[in-house]
Write a protein of this length. Structure first.
Length: 293
């Protein structure tokens, strides 16, 4: 009887071990994807100019493609093309230095996407959603281009913004998987926990504090901490908003482009929310002003 009892006693431990391993099963894929994507993005941000503009435009094309698919236009080439063109044209205008024209073009392009997208028998076009998608994708892209175009502080501000978003995402992932606990918004996103949300904010705050400590021109370290923590909160709100959108469309992921993350919308949801807010803050502070100082 002893071997049987020992076997029975070992099963809960094995189950707990298996559950623990399952929490981290996508870590390798996420790490591999980040190891490729983050250096490429940083190089483009560092170089700025046409290189960064091309990166943003390509990202918009991918985001618009995924959004059109979410709206049911995956097999309707005409509708898919309309959404992609409508989202890309305003961004291209901003990329060539015509930011005001690009912003004006966004609602015009959104309306055009809603009017021109035709209905098909097999894939009904969701016109209102398609129009919203153009705004959802194009405005943050224009904000990023405008932020980077600031010759005095564009590079520093964009690196800080991206760093805070990425660190918050990593902190939320690690804390959420390691600690678990109560769900943050179970109806919207069953996988997100309060421990993950708090971990992401704390990680971003630490990033802000380290940034200020390394910057001899930083006046108040606490301001950088609050700013980075605020970026984390807004980014998590953007993450939840994108999860709500996926619930609306009845899908788990926006795509399968990025292993461990899903689609571009899944990976960039926080940045889509943060970029316009950061651009408004930079506009209020004036050109050449580093955000965290």
């Amino acid at each position: 009887m002893a071997p049987v009892q020992a076997d029975i006693a070992a099963r809960p431990a094995e189950s707990a071990s298996a559950r623990g391993a399952a929490r981290w099963r996508d870590l390798r894929q996420r790490g591999a994807s980040a190891a490729v994507l983050i250096p490429c993005a940083l190089v483009c941000v560092w170089l700025g100019g046409p290189v960064f503009a091309v990166l943003v435009v390509l990202a918009v094309v991918g985001l618009a493609w995924e959004w059109a698919a979410l709206c049911g236009a995956a097999s309707a080439a005409w509708t898919r093309g309309i959404v992609i063109v409508a989202a890309t044209v305003p961004v291209v205008l901003a990329a060539v230095g015509e930011t005001p024209a690009g912003l004006v073009a966004v609602p015009v392009a959104a309306a055009a996407a809603a009017l021109l997208a035709r209905r098909t028998e097999s894939v009904p076009a969701r016109r209102a959603e398609q129009a919203f998608g153009v705004i959802y994708v194009a405005v943050p892209a224009i904000a990023l281009l405008w932020l980077r175009a600031d010759a005095g502080a564009g590079l520093a501000n964009l690196l800080f913004l991206l760093g805070a978003v990425w660190v918050a995402d990593s902190g939320a992932y690690v804390a959420g998987r390691a600690l678990g606990g109560p769900k943050l918004a179970p109806v919207i996103s069953p996988g997100k926990t309060w421990s993950g949300a708090i971990g992401g904010v704390v990680a971003a705050a630490v990033f802000g504090g380290i940034t200020a400590a390394l910057d001899p021109l930083a006046v108040a370290w606490w301001y950088a901490v609050v700013l980075a923590a605020g970026i984390a909160v807004i980014g998590q709100a953007g993450d939840l908003f994108e999860s709500r959108l996926k619930r609306h469309f009845g899908v788990k992921d926006s795509g399968r482009l990025i292993p461990g993350h899903g689609g571009l919308l899944d990976r960039l949801d926080a940045l889509l929310a943060v970029a316009p807010v950061a651009a408004v803050l930079a506009l209020a502070l004036g050109p050449g002003v580093v955000l965290w100082r």
